[in-house]
Design a protein around this ligand. Structure first.
Ligand code: F6P
Length: 319
């Protein structure tokens, strides 16, 4: 019996430990492992290789993914999905583990509705925006990268009496922004899910500045598209010299944290155990209230992730 693993969409720290556990645990169960390189593009182009221990030796601590990833447009054309399925069949691959985000799961939903593909998805994206799970691989590492950056930006902001807007990733989801704001003690947090009303905090911040506050930290989620608006508002209404720092793709890199390594192990083991005991799986492993379970792919892709209420409330505590 053989299973394959693939990474699709934006890479996330935690993918490498998941790949390593996939190969090691399969070996223990007497299952052959295949690595699919370059994401769904590689599946179409048959970049599939039988894995040995050597392939996954010394990768546990590394960010990114050694089998690389891609966002495939071709996979949304039927003829390429036929090719992809034939490649899996030719190697007699009975199960597929897919590390990816929303777009990748949408692709798998289409794929599994057309072909007899037995797969389990592992939520992997720094955005933490997948319905049904409280945690996606990579988020803790990304948050630690942001925390490190914010601690440093605070040093220069306070030393030079400036305001800083720090734009963080997350696509349309404010998770990274709101958690970063909570753990850095930012004065302002702007996310796509909550309308930003400067009038709620303007008078208080003006008063604080009068009383001696000499710097401000504002975390703005990329999905809000409010970075330059907040910049102008702080400079004009609060009177602080303001700089913008867009953290960008450094948020996707870095050695996976302890938490991401542990979650990678648990996700991989759960995925393999499920594939090993089901012939018609089209599921995503989800993590809720400290437990792993499995959710139908259709349910995951047809619903929208919403931020937990307590995080939405946290924005109000900044006011
Ligand atoms: O989905 C992960 C993510 O890093 C988002 O936060 C961001 O909007 C997007 O990918 C960036 O995509 P790309 O790497 O293609 O520029």
């Amino acid at each position: 019996m053989a299973f394959a693993i693939i990474c699709s969409g934006g890479d996330a720290p935690g993918m490498n430990p998941a790949i390593k556990k996939f190969v090691d645990y399969n070996y223990k169960l007497g299952i052959e492992s295949y690595l699919i390189y370059d994401g769904l593009e590689g599946l179409i182009d048959n970049k599939i290789k039988k894995a040995t221990h050597k392939d996954v030796a010394g990768i546990l601590h590394m960010g990114g993914t050694i089998i690389r990833s891609s966002r495939s447009k071709r996979f949304f054309e039927h003829k390429y999905r036929v090719q992809a399925f034939q490649n899996l069949q030719a190697l007699d691959i009975k199960g597929l583990v897919v590390l990816g985000g929303d777009g990748s799961f949408r692709a798998m939903d289409i794929f599994s509705s057309e072909f007899d593909v037995n797969f389990v998805g592992i939520p992997s994206t720094i955005d933490n925006d997948i319905y049904g799970t409280e945690y996606c691989l990579g988020v803790d590492t990304a948050l630690n990268v942001i925390r490190d950056a914010l601690d440093k930006i605070r040093d220069t902001a306070s030393s030079f009496s400036r305001a800083f807007i720090v734009e963080v990733m997350g696509r349309d989801c404010g998770y990274l922004a709101v958690v970063s704001a909570m753990i850095s003690g930012a004065e302002i947090c702007v996310i796509p899910e909550v309308e930003f009303k400067s009038e709620n905090i303007e008078a208080r911040l003006q008063q604080e500045i009068k009383n001696g506050r000499n710097y401000i930290l504002a975390i703005v989620s990329e999905g809000s598209k409010k970075t330059s608006e907040i910049h102008d508002w702080i400079q004009d209404k609060l009177g602080l010299e303001t700089r913008v720092s867009i953290l960008g793709h450094i948020q996707r890199g870095g050695n996976p944290t302890v938490y991401d390594r542990m979650m990678a192990f648990d996700y991989a083991i759960n995925a393999i155990d499920y594939l090993n005991s089901h012939n018609d799986s089209n599921k995503v492993v989800v993590y809720q209230r400290g437990e792993f379970s499995f959710m139908e792919i259709e349910e995951v892709v047809s619903s929208k992730y919403t931020l937990p209420e307590r995080y939405l409330k946290a924005i109000n505590y900044l006011d």
